[in-house]
Design a protein around this ligand. Sequence first.
Ligand code: KG4
Ligand code: ZN
Length: 341
Amino acid sequence: MCKSIIILGIESSCDDTSAAIIKNGKKLSNIIGSQKIHEKYGGVVPELASRAHQQNIVPVVHQAIKESGINKNQISAVAFTRGPGLLGSLLVGVSFAKSFGLALGIPIIDVNHMHGHILAHFIKEKNKIYNPPKFPFLCLTVSGGHTQIVKVNDYLDFELIGETIDDAAGEAFDKSAKTLGMKYPGGPLIDKYAQNGNPYAFTFGIPKVDGLNFSFSGLKTSILYFIQKNLKENPNFITHNLEDICSSIQHSIINILINKLEKASEQTRINEVAIAGGVSANSGLRKRLKQMEKTHNWKTYIPPFSYCTDNAAMIAITGYYKYLNNEFCSQEITANARLKL
Ligand code: KG4
Ligand code: ZN
């Protein structure tokens, strides 16, 4: 009989401490300890994030093992996020994974956070239909720190074909939200207010970037100047127009993303298209992608909400495929805040 492969995944790259158990590719548990402390600072404070990870990591791992129903001695390997991310935050997960592996005498597997976001599409779940993208597919990975278009040839074979040259799409959401006086992270709030607004009420600068790369810093500045100018004329401009402003901002960001994705699909002749990362939770983006099935004959793949933002199940599933491929790392491994895809 085949031995079960059980992977403990650890994710601590930013402000979520997460641990998950995946058995033969199927999720048994996925615990996420989010850090509320950053809300009032308008962004993640690295020093506070690493301290909170240190407090959370043991209880979060304990809970993930408990909820999975397995015994810790059954774990085959520990997969952890090596990078990219905040160094102090990564160090907590990396050190924990190394010690845990050493204590149990099991291998450890380093995972690139961005691979994790993409492979979240391959997590099997109890009582859910498994319908992952077919290789090769395109994945738009949009998070608070990254915006990439990746050609995914196989589970562990990725080609970066486009990326942002400045801000990430999530940053464009969060910084615009900050300009509107919202707390961090503002992306989900813009999404909420955008639902009832008019996406064509206001227009902002459109970036001109060659090829499949993105730029969001011009848009951010254009939004800032637009708000400042209108507040001078009407101090209640934001409150009176919040839904329309949010809807117009969201529409602009989605347009930039979808236009490049369309270009990527034309260039590669691939029409299997997936999205991943925190911004893939955005309802406008999800809707727009679904429309592309009808207008462009794409087959689209949208992760469940729980796998859009940072989570350890995506790290564990990547660890699972690396395990099958015998890709382990040594105890010498260190965190890499700028790890490339
Ligand atoms: O992948 P993620 O959890 O962390 C990083 O790796 O960065 O992504 C977080 C980002 C934040 O910028 C957050 O505002 C954004 O995802 N986000 C959203 C939504 N939910 C999360 N942006 C727009 N609409 C949403 N519904
Ligand atoms: Zn992420």
